[in-house]
Design a protein around this ligand. Structure first.
Ligand SMILES: Cc1cc2nc3c(=O)[nH]c(=O)nc-3n(C[C@H](O)[C@H](O)[C@H](O)COP(=O)(O)OP(=O)(O)OC[C@H]3O[C@@H](n4cnc5c(N)ncnc54)[C@H](O)[C@@H]3O)c2cc1C
Ligand SMILES: NC(=O)C1=CN([C@@H]2O[C@H](COP(=O)(O)OP(=O)(O)OC[C@H]3O[C@@H](n4cnc5c(N)ncnc54)[C@H](OP(=O)(O)O)[C@@H]3O)[C@@H](O)[C@H]2O)C=CC1
Ligand SMILES: O=C(O)C(=O)Cc1c[nH]c2ccccc12
Length: 487
């Protein structure tokens, strides 16, 4: 640990804001009092250590290309590790959820649990020796035309650290109990020829505006902080949103003797998880090889009708478009039923219309009904955060932070910019992106002599595996400057 801090200390004391080395990199600007560490990365910078970022790094590594992963959380796969409920399993069979180059172990069940999946991701990082820099939140990234490089500014926040050099901001948090603790934010600028966006479609919670929400007297939690129904036992809980999360949370609430009501503001496709002895997803993929989407949809709807009955009688109206067509046009994922429908049929879960307004202990719905509730769970989904930090609007839509080009072409931008995991096709889509990105960087950019499309003629590794070069100096440390407080 001391050793790491020493590196950190050395770095921040070096005179770093001057350009030099590879092309100036912007910055400089004369005023050397702003102490920003600047680090040149040999390979691509990957933002996000979720399944997508890990897959991209592994595919690059396999081609001999080092990369550097920056992750805001203090662990890999933070969505899965920190923001999912206890009973979560993959909804799709494991063969559709594995990352490139390393299949799931054969002893895993068809639908691995959250812990299985996390164990797999840990093993995946170890296998490819991936070492993300944790607690490193990317605040901005822009392409510098002068140097031809991406400049990625990231911040690390340390609580109660020893004051030192290289600090952008020092502030104090005043706690209610009178304690004060120092919060230190350090900014680091990473510079590279390539930037791979892997922050995901689920980077931030989507929180709806609902009239009167501020006056509601009970707890309001997003599904990202819901663990289990235990604390809601005996309570009336309003679950807003009927995607896969909302549906499953309702089931979980029932299992803990809470009384959930599910808001279905519009329409939803609920499909059985399996039909004819195989997974609905697998069967659909297979049928799509031979039949047009509309026909596969007709088949899915027929099977659903036989296996689940008429869901509209339960308040779950189906959209006009079929489930796969809707998924491909809008990205809206059909719900794969894991037992919720049975509880709706028995009345253990009530289905409600859209919420009109909330008050201290109640919700009024658009059909005029009023019900009392002790708690609200927002199962309203997620959104990308790319538009908040990526200073680029050609590849990414500045409104929704998604690539402008649709699947499967959204992975490649210009000037060394890539995106992995924005296909609205889950882990399968992310894996395909990661493979393509690594191949593209290898083919077109990686060889210093730019042998376009002659990938199979050069199999030597042009750089050593350490991705970091300290921009300002001759230092070439064997490890990245890991923040001193990670686990
Ligand atoms: C409850 C739930 C269940 C799911 N189940 C399945 C399933 O069974 N099968 C399937 O295929 N898909 C499933 N998905 C879809 C899900 O998108 C993928 O499983 C997968 O997590 C996507 O990986 P990702 O790396 O693209 O994004 P994420 O897993 O979200 O990882 C992105 C990472 O980027 C980090 N990050 C974000 N912003 C910054 C920043 N500014 N700086 C640094 N780091 C940043 C985040 O902290 C995060 O660790 C599920 C999603 C949810 C919410
Ligand atoms: N085990 C698994 O594989 C699981 C996978 N997932 C995946 O994770 C991703 C996120 O899922 P999820 O968290 O369910 O989010 P989704 O985005 O899939 O669903 C959000 C739901 O909230 C509704 N909603 C949004 N705003 C409001 C509002 N103001 N009032 C009422 N309803 C509202 C939406 O309705 P509308 O359609 O009308 O906008 C939609 O039904 C998906 O890709 C999903 O498939 C999630 C859980 C489990
Ligand atoms: O979880 C997601 O968002 C996915 O894209 C994977 C997925 C889960 N259920 C599905 C049904 C149809 C297509 C994709 C999925």
């Amino acid at each position: 640990m001391n050793y790491l801090q020493e590196i950190e200390g050395k770095l921040v004391h070096d005179k770093l804001t001057e350009g030099g080395g590879c092309g100036g990199g912007g910055g400089g600007g004369g005023d050397t009092t702003t102490r920003i560490r600047r680090i040149w990365v040999r390979g691509p910078i990957i933002v996000g250590a979720g399944p997508s970022g890990l897959a991209a790094a592994a595919c690059l590594k396999e081609k001999g290309i080092p990369s550097l992963i920056l992750e805001r959380a203090n662990c890999i796969a933070s969505l899965w590790q920190l923001k999912t409920y206890d009973r979560l399993r993959l909804h799709l069979p494991k063969q559709f959820c594995q990352l490139p180059l390393m299949p799931f172990p054969s002893n895993f069940p068809t639908y691995p649990t959250k812990q299985h999946f996390l164990d797999y991701l840990k093993a995946y990082s170890n296998r490819f020796d991936l070492k993300p820099i944790f607690n490193m939140k990317v605040e901005s990234a822009r392409f510098d035309h002068r140097s031809g490089l991406w400049q990625v500014k990231a911040s690390t926040t340390t609580a109660a650290a020893t004051p030192g050099a290289g600090l952008d901001k020092k502030s104090t948090n005043n706690h209610d109990d009178g304690r004060t603790e120092m919060v230190i934010t350090t900014t680091t600028e990473y510079v590279s020829q390539w930037l791979i966006v892997a922050t995901g479609e689920n980077a931030e919670e989507s929180v709806p505006e609902i009239e009167g929400i501020e006056s509601f007297g009970g707890p309001i939690v997003h599904t990202s902080s819901y663990k289990s129904g235990e604390i809601f036992s005996g309570k009336n809980v309003l679950v807003i949103g009927c995607g896969n999360s909302g549906m499953e949370v309702c089931l979980d609430l029932c299992n803990y003797n809470a009384r959930p009501s599910l808001v279905v503001r519009d329409s939803v496709h609920v499909l059985p998880q399996e039909m004819l002895g195989s997974s609905t997803f697998g069967l659909s993929m297979w049928l799509l090889k031979w039949l047009p989407v509309w026909l596969v949809d007709r088949f899915l709807l027929l099977m659903s009708r036989l296996l689940l009955g008429d869901t509209s009688k339960l308040g779950l109206t189906r959209p006009e478009l079929g489930p796969l067509q809707l998924k491909s046009i809008s990205g809206k994922t059909p719900v794969l039923d894991v037992g919720t429908l049975a509880k709706i049929k028995t009345g253990e879960i009530k289905v409600c219309k859209a919420v009109k307004r909330l008050s201290l202990h109640a919700a009024e719905f658009i059909d005029g009904k009023v019900e009392t509730f002790d708690a609200i769970i927002l199962a309203t989904g997620y959104k990308s955060n790319v538009m908040t930090w990526l200073k680029e609007t050609k590849m990414f839509n500045e409104k929704n932070g998604m690539p402008r080009k649709g699947t499967p072409n959204g992975w490649k931008g210009e000037l060394g910019l890539y995106a992995v995991g924005f296909t609205q096709r889950g882990l399968l889509g992310a894996s395909a992106d990661a493979t393509r990105i690594a191949q593209d960087i290898y083919d077109n950019c990686w060889n210093p002599h730019h042998h376009h499309n002659h990938s199979n003629t050069h199999n030597s590794v042009p750089f050593n595996s350490n991705p970091i070069i300290y921009y300002s100096s001759t230092n070439n440390h064997p490890t990245p400057p890991t923040p001193p407080h990670i686990n």
